[in-house]
Design a protein around this ligand. Structure first.
Ligand SMILES: Cc1ncc(COP(=O)(O)O)c(C=O)c1O
Length: 380
């Protein structure tokens, strides 16, 4: 099936009992056995649940993977990947990774003896140079949050393959509509379902997708042991969201391109970061591995923090909120919101100033969004 068909239909069939076109929500903790040792494929919802299974099959279909596991959050998915590691293992990670992922790695996982090295993976040679004898995993996010750095997934995939390293790729920002890392050698793809995949700011969720049976079994075992499962209702809401993913993504992208062009020409803006712009240092790589540039834009204002704050306090249609990837346009100040825990010196060294603004462009009328930004800019 082609992508759009998989997005709309997933793998679920009409309910066999009633013919309901949308699968029911199996809001149950447990399942009655037919007799000792004989169940109907489900025994306890921490292990599996029919609504969750529908979602997982749907996610595997759109990602072009064999197996998917749905989690209670994107971070629960990342945490489960960490549990594939042991004390003394080393991870090479892209340096602009999402702040919550960095917190998990630096503040929690280091207590368990896992080591991390951060490199600018826009140059794949930096990844290779950071590999040590105890390196077990390469962790790449592309495009990154919030600097929208783009990694050449095939180049890093070749390194992972040669060195037999686990290759995890978080493509929450791109979604499988625009980028499918399994095609470039990723062992595990991570998504925060909270964002574009569910798409309506209605839930927190995460997912891992893999082609590898061994990893699937190990991750299922980890999930069953830890229990970071999404509720059946959240799985159902995500399924409904997935049905329009392709339509929403093309509108997010279309609107973002127009807003990026508008920002580039604005006298109060000093820098616009968007992989779809030729000025993006990895534009050519982004163009070759992605079929669209998604809806995330970051930009900096002349006037730094104060100017950024004024802008964010002046918008009316764009909403000042700490998330992304939903139908509503959201504006964020990473330095005080999503990345508040990253030390200032580290942010500045990474080229991520106090005045950086992140825009998650929604699917409203783009002229309304531009006129909202325009009026807000007048107050800056
Ligand atoms: C790129 C990326 N990965 C993972 C996460 C974590 O997802 P969640 O908030 O669903 O735990 C986020 C959250 O913003 C993110 O931006």
């Amino acid at each position: 099936m082609n992508f759009d068909t998989n997005a709309v239909r997933g793998k679920s069939k009409p309910d066999p009992t009633t013919g309901a076109i949308i699968p029911p929500i199996y809001q149950t903790a447990t399942y009655v056995l037919e007799e000792v040792g004989k169940d109907k494929g489900f025994d306890y919802t921490r292990s599996s649940n029919p609504t969750r299974q529908d979602l997982e099959e749907h996610l595997a279909a759109i990602e072009g993977g064999k197996h998917a596991i749905a989690f209670s959050s994107g971070m629960a998915s990342a945490d489960s990947c960490m549990k594939l590691l042991s004390k003394g293992d080393h991870v090479v990670c892209c340096d602009d990774v999402y702040g919550g992922t960095a917190r998990l790695f630096n503040k929690l996982m280091t207590n368990y003896g896992v080591e991390f090295t951060y490199v600018d993976s826009q140059n794949a040679a930096n990844v290779e140079e950071a590999i040590r004898p105890n390196t077990k995993m390469l962790w790449i996010e592309t495009p990154t949050n919030p600097l929208l750095k783009v990694t050449d997934l095939e180049a890093v995939g070749n390194i992972a393959n040669e060195r037999e390293l686990l290759y995890v790729v978080d493509t929450t920002f791109a979604t499988p509509v625009f980028l499918r890392p399994l095609e470039y050698g990723a062992d595990i793809v991570l998504h925060s379902l909270t964002k574009y995949l569910s798409g309506h700011n209605q839930l927190i969720g995460g997912a891992l997708i893999t082609n590898r049976q061994d990893l699937f079994e190990e991750l299922k075992y980890i999930q069953k042991s830890v229990g970071a499962v999404p509720s059946p209702f959240d799985c159902w809401l995500t399924i409904i969201g997935l049905k329009t993913l392709h339509l929403r993504m093309s509108r997010h992208w279309e609107n973002a391109e127009k807003i990026a062009e508008y920002l580039v020409g604005h006298p109060k803006v000093s820098r616009v970061i968007y992989p779809g712009l030729e000025s993006h240092p990895m534009h050519e790589v982004a163009k070759s591995q992605m079929s669209g540039f998604s809806g995330m834009i970051s930009f900096e204002l002349h006037g730094g923090l104060e100017a950024g704050k004024k802008l964010m306090n002046s918008v009316e249609l764009c909403m000042l909120a700490e998330s992304l990837g939903a139908v509503e346009t959201m504006i964020t100040h990473p330095a005080t919101m999503t990345h508040a825990e990253v030390p200032r010196e580290e942010r500045l060294a990474r080229g991520f100033g106090d005045g950086l603004v992140r825009l998650s462009v929604g699917i409203e009328d783009v002229e309304d969004l531009i006129s909202d930004l325009d009026s807000a800019f007048e107050k800056v």
